[in-house]
Write a protein that binds this ligand. Structure first.
Ligand code: EPZ
Length: 421
């Protein structure tokens, strides 16, 4: 198992480039199950999660070939397999995004129920409710979901849950509806840019989808979909993580391949904190004032503040002049980073779905443990700002969502060494 040793205290300065979005690439890779024609997907980041979904799709009869410059050539060769086992879903919940495409294309899908994970319970009741609305028979057997339907029928369905819209639930229903008979309307659909990117990919395959980016998506079913070529949007969460890296080290970064329009809520908070952010075409220039202001943050479905940047912003706010309040409305338990940051001298107090962040003058290096993808990124950010050498253990979590993060950060002045336990 690998760990990072981070020598804190250096200011970052220079240019970093953002990769293609993990959370757009995963459902788009799964959507290739909807045709037997070849698809060419550009800017697919080389991440553990992408490699894992590649294994899952290979078991489902898909041939995937990684070409130079992060391009994936994907083509279904055999449509007889339709099982995605527990081990696959246990390792990565996002494997659930094969359910909708498999059911629509092959009329049968057997996918393991996802277990829980570090950020909290990960139910899929909305996915199943949506597929039933399209006429699927769904049963649970031995921990697996078995979904059957000869031909799905379009329907008008409400996909909202107690925490608002569901990203991968919208992906599953939208994919399934592309080959259903008739029209489907999804009310309370996810508006995330990754879902818009998936919908654009499906339309390029011949689907008829409108309303992308709004809470009401309409899909006119077609008989079949073809192959296409698609460029994945930039990873807004990686971009936001680098913005915090510039601010927390009191440095100055140019972040290339960054669509600031996908990060308005996040940039709004950063500017209130005192971080200067200037757009320059598809790049953004980030630097911060020495003094950081405290702010209040509540995570919401897009276009609200993204839950995937909550831990990273908390790392920054540990050094603000005053008290901030962070409320997590998407995953109320997504605070595994709180005790680890307190080990570094932060002053964080969790009250249910809220954390009170009392700003401190400095963080002190300590050995800490990564627990989930974004919490581990936040610990790396805290380590770069802390006095002394921080050890972050279990960095396999970070490798799930960031391609060679230590190389990128070291190229602009960080001092991070990856070593094995
Ligand atoms: C996607 O997960 C992202 N993953 C997550 O990013 C992200 O945190 C999440 O959306 C929210 O933005 C991918 O895109 C691969 P949800 P998803 O269904 O789709 C509840 C990362 O760090 N819910 O939008 O699984 C659920 O419990 C990952 O890159 C139900 O109640 O999340 C949560 O509270 C972590 N029933 C809320 O909705 C359901 O059937 C949002 O979940 C489905 C979800």
């Amino acid at each position: 198992m690998y760990f990072f040793e981070i020598q804190g205290g250096t200011r970052l300065k220079g240019t970093v480039k953002v990769n293609g979005s993990k959370n757009a690439a995963l459902p788009i890779m799964a959507a290739c199950l909807l045709t037997t024609e070849p698809n060419r997907i550009k800017s697919v980041p080389d991440l553990a999660d992408v490699r894992h979904l590649t294994e899952v799709l290979t078991k489902l009869g898909v041939q995937l070939q990684r070409l130079p410059d992060n391009t994936l050539q994907i083509q279904v060769q055999d449509e007889t397999q339709s099982l995605t086992d527990y081990d696959s879903v246990r390792k990565m919940r996002a494997s659930i995004c094969v359910l909708g495409p498999l059911l629509a294309r092959r009329g049968y899908a057997e996918v393991s129920m996802p277990g829980g994970c570090a950020i909290g319970d990960r139910p899929i009741d909305l996915h199943l409710r949506g597929l039933r609305a399209l006429g699927a028979q769904i049963e649970l057997k031995g921990g697996n979901i078995i979904a059957k339907c000869k031909r799905l029928r379009g329907a008008e369905l409400f996909l909202g849950g107690p925490f608002g819209s569901t990203v991968l639930g919208t992906a599953n229903i939208m994919c399934a509806a592309t080959l259903a008979e008739g029209q489907t309307i999804i009310e309370s659909a996810a508006c995330e840019p990754e879902i818009v990117d998936l919908g654009n990919f499906l339309n390029a395959m011949g689907a008829k989808i409108s309303g992308l980016g709004t809470p009401r998506i309409t899909i006119q079913g077609v008989d079949e979909l073809g192959g296409t070529e698609h460029q994945i949007i930039p990873d807004r969460i990686e971009a936001g993580t680098f913005m915090v890296a510039a601010a927390i080290t009191n440095g100055e970064l140019i972040i290339e391949n960054c669509r600031t329009e996908h990060l308005m809520a996040f940039i709004d908070r950063l500017r209130l904190i005192g971080v200067h952010i200037e757009k320059d075409n598809h790049a953004v220039h980030v630097c911060s004032a020495r003094r950081l202001n405290p702010v209040d943050v509540t995570t919401q479905p897009y276009p609200g503040f993204p839950t995937d940047l909550q831990a990273q912003l908390m790392a920054l706010l540990t050094l603000a002049d005053g008290n901030s309040i962070i409320t997590e409305k998407i995953y109320p338990d997504r605070f595994m980073h709180v005790p680890e940051m307190n080990r570094m001298g932060a002053d964080l107090r969790k009250e249910g779905p809220t954390v009170i962040v009392a700003g401190v003058r400095k963080l002190i290096a300590a050995p800490v443990m990564a627990s989930d993808l974004r919490a581990s990124a936040a610990l790396v950010l805290a380590g770069m700002a802390a006095e002394g050498n921080t050890i972050v253990r279990r960095v396999y979590h970070i490798d799930r969502g960031y391609q060679n993060i230590e190389e990128k950060l070291n190229s602009v002045g960080a001092k991070i060494t990856r070593a094995s336990e």
